[in-house]
Write a new protein. Structure first.
Length: 153
């Protein structure tokens, strides 16, 4: 089976979905944060190993503790995956910290700050397009009002 085959993609998604359910419903370890997400799973084509990318809505310490708790519960998770997903082999799982959700939240905050700052600047100046004359359009092209609004050539 090739890495990007349709079968491998379906197996990756099935393992991600089942692992997410097991972590949310069946793991009782207090180190595992309640807002843990499995963002992606890569199962090797030979079905021997699996990389599970895990993200936590919280700080870096919560992520580290969650990874420790998941590594301790790897045998249980693997057993449950073998029970729910009917494949010949159940892969060994490696949990990898994924900070993409935290990165996305920080980028969203930065974009909101820039928009807020831009709106404040517009309110203070009272103009949207600074530096344009009254006889220019929004792109700064000078228009000739006597000649039907066409551009000067």
């Amino acid at each position: 089976m090739r890495k990007n085959s349709i079968k491998n993609i379906r197996i990756n998604e099935e393992y991600r979905r089942e692992m997410q359910a097991i972590i949310q419903r069946e793991i009782k370890d207090p180190r595992v944060h309640p807002m843990t997400s499995v963002t992606g799973v890569e199962v090797a084509p030979d079905l021997k190993t699996c990389k599970a990318y895990v993200s936590v809505l919280g700080d870096a310490d919560a992520l580290k503790e969650t990874i420790k708790g998941l590594r301790a519960a790897e045998g249980f998770i693997r057993h449950e995956l073998a029970r729910t997903v009917n494949l010949r082999n159940t892969p060994e799982i490696r949990f990898i910290a994924d900070d993409s959700i935290a990165y996305g939240v920080s980028m969203s905050k930065k974009i909101d700050d820039v928009i807020r700052h831009d709106d404040e600047a517009r309110e203070m100046t009272g103009r949207v397009f600074e530096g344009f004359e009254d006889d220019t359009d929004s792109f700064g092209i000078r228009t000739d009002k006597d000649n039907g609004g066409g551009a000067d050539l």
